[in-house]
Structures are given as C-alpha cells and as structure tokens.
Design a protein around this ligand. Structure first.
Ligand code: C2E
Ligand code: MG
Ligand code: MG
Ligand code: MG
Length: 292
C-alpha cells in the first residue's frame, strides 16, 4: 500500500509540474503577444544630487499596461521572462524605447541621462555589444555617455572575465555602468577592482533598515568608503524619507533615488517634474545642524 501511495503521490507531483509548465508557456505566449501589441511602457524615476539639487538622470523601469489587469510592475512578469530567451527581445525593446525617448528629450533641448536595467541573460548574449551599437547608431542625436547600464552586482560576478570584456566594449562606445543592488552580491574586493563600473548603487534593503539597524548602516558606510577609495560614484536607492537623505548625506553619499524624491512616472511627466523640482534644502540644513 505504501508503495502504491508513493507512486500515486509521484504521479500527482508529475501532473502538478506539467500543469505549471503549461501555465508558464501560456503566460510567456501572452507576454510575447503583449510585446507585439505594444503593451509595455517605460516609467522614469529621477536620480538627484541631494546637495546641489541637480537632477542627474532617470532610471527607466518597465511596466505592463495589461488590458484587463491594469498596470503591472516588473516583479509580476519579469522573473518568468528572465528564465526564457524572451528577456533578450524585451530587453532590446527597452533599449529602443529608452533611446527613442532620450532622442526626443535631446531634440527638445533638454538632454537627459537615462539608466537602463540589463538582465544577466541579455548582457551575456553573444550579440549584445553589436545590438547596442546598432541601437546607438540609430539614434545619432543621443550622446552615448548619457546612457548608463545597470547590471546586478550578482550578474557581474557570474563570469568576471567575460563581464570585463563586454563592459569595456560598451565603454569604448561611451556607455557607462552602475552595479545595481550593490552589497547583496558578495563581491570580493579583488573582483570589484576588476570591474570597470563607474557607479555603485547601494541596494534599497540596506537603506530601508539603516535607521534602526546598525549593521545595515555599517554596510552603507562601507560601500560609500569603498566607492570613494575606488574612485567610483555612489548612489542610494529606496530613499523614502528626509531622514534617510540626511543620514546618507552625512556619510558622504551625494546621489539618491527613491519615493522620497519621486515615484517612477510616465515619460510625458518628466520634463515638467524636472522643471518644478527644487531640492528639499531642509535635508542639507538638517544634516549640518544634526551632525556638525
Ligand atoms: P531595481 O533596478 O533595483 O529598481 C528599483 C526598484 O525599486 C523599482 O521597482 C522602483 O520602482 C523601486 N523603488 C524606487 N524607489 C523606491 C523606494 O523609495 N522604496 C521602495 N520600496 N521601492 C522603491 P520596480 O519598478 O518594481 O522594478 C523592480 C526591478 O525590476 C528592478 O529593480 C529591476 O531589477 C527590474 N527591472 C525593472 N525594469 C527593468 C527592465 O527594463 N529590464 C530589466 N532587465 N529589469 C528591469
Ligand atoms: Mg536598477
Ligand atoms: Mg536596484
Ligand atoms: Mg532591485
């Protein structure tokens, strides 16, 4: 009987797995359709220099304007897409869309730097450099140095030699790099030394807890110190309140991105937001009073 039950259970598991696979295929088909029907959008979230108030750029973040389910964030569909080759196609759509938008801003006389997230699989694709070059060539009014690619620290560590080579090829075109979610990928210092990224982006999990977790605060201090020792820029993501901003400034972090500055917004709102943005000088004022 036990054997029989075991076999049945195994059989059940088989069916579940098969059903799950079928559902995933169906969802991926639906996502491909969404790409063809133009249902994806890019939202833009500002990055600012907290001290000078300068808007240093925007991060492009994908959304799916689903006809029935509404506006979906990337966590609702990208994890599945990243398991398939389709991430390469979606990633390419993102680059085209971002460059097209940058061209429009440049032609309007307000050039804007934009950061684009690149998935591991897309970056490791054999054609990545050639495709990036083609996209840049199609947008001659966009200076390549305004394009920054965000690569997860963990992706960068998968194959450091390959990584360094591809990054160098992109940098030769003028494109720059940020290591995203930095602090979560367990970079050894010697790897970091080998990666030519210009910017470290402190992961939002450390920022979220920095006000009451001494260890997270220590990690933030460490990353800022590391960036300065390696002559890299450092930006904090997930900056939700002035308190976060003040503390980050105190530790020497100049740039920040987060809901405390702005939520991600459609491209059409970017110019108006940028014009209206005045830094919260209270941050600087508070920082001086509290810490000096
Ligand atoms: P990420 O690159 O680390 O982007 C930061 C995420 O944090 C974004 O979520 C952003 O909306 C959110 N965020 C910004 N400020 C705050 C804040 O103050 N508090 C909190 N709690 N969250 C904040 P989103 O848009 O849902 O994107 C999630 C992730 O999806 C991104 O993380 C990135 O890894 C990935 N992603 C987004 N767009 C793309 C894309 O076009 N291509 C690829 N390959 N990945 C993308
Ligand atoms: Mg990012
Ligand atoms: Mg990040
Ligand atoms: Mg993240």
């Amino acid at each position: 009987l036990a054997k029989q039950q075991g076999r049945n259970r195994y059989h059940l598991f088989d069916q579940d797995a098969a059903r799950e696979l079928r559902d995933q295929h169906r969802e991926l088909d639906r996502i491909r359709e969404a790409l063809q029907h133009g249902e994806f959008r890019l939202y833009y979230q500002p990055k600012v220099n907290m001290r000078t108030g300068e808007v240093v750029g925007m991060e492009a973040l994908i959304r799916w304007q689903h006809p029935e389910r509404g506006l979906l964030g990337p966590m609702e569909f990208l994890p599945l897409v990243e398991k398939s080759q389709m991430i390469v196609d979606i990633g390419e759509w993102v680059l085209h869309e971002a460059l097209g938008q940058m061209e429009q801003w440049a032609l309007n006389g307000h050039p804007m730097a934009v950061s684009v997230n690149i998935a591991a699989r897309q970056f490791q694709h054999i054609d990545f450099v050639a495709r990036l070059r083609a996209i840049l060539d199609e947008h001659p009014d966009v200076p390549a140095h305004l394009l920054e690619l965000e690569i997860l620290e963990s992706t960068a560590l998968e194959d450091v030699d390959m990584m360094r080579e591809v990054m160098a090829a992109c940098q030769a075109m003028g494109v720059t790099f940020a290591l995203d979610d930095f602090g979560t990928g367990y970079s050894s210092l010697s790897y970091l030394k080998q990666l030519p990224a210009e910017t470290l982006k402190i992961d939002q999990s450390f920022v979220r807890d920095m006000l009451d977790d001494q260890e997270d605060l220590a990690i933030i201090e460490g990353v800022i110190g590391l960036a300065s020792a390696f002559n890299k820029r450092v930006i904090a993501e997930g900056v939700e309140t002035a308190e976060h901003g003040v503390l980050l400034m105190h530790f020497g972090c100049d740039c920040a991105q987060g809901y405390g500055i702005s939520y991600p917004m459609p491209a059409a709102e970017v110019a108006g937001w940028t014009r209206a943005f005045t830094p919260d000088w209270k941050w600087d004022h508070l920082a001086r009073n509290e810490w000096d």
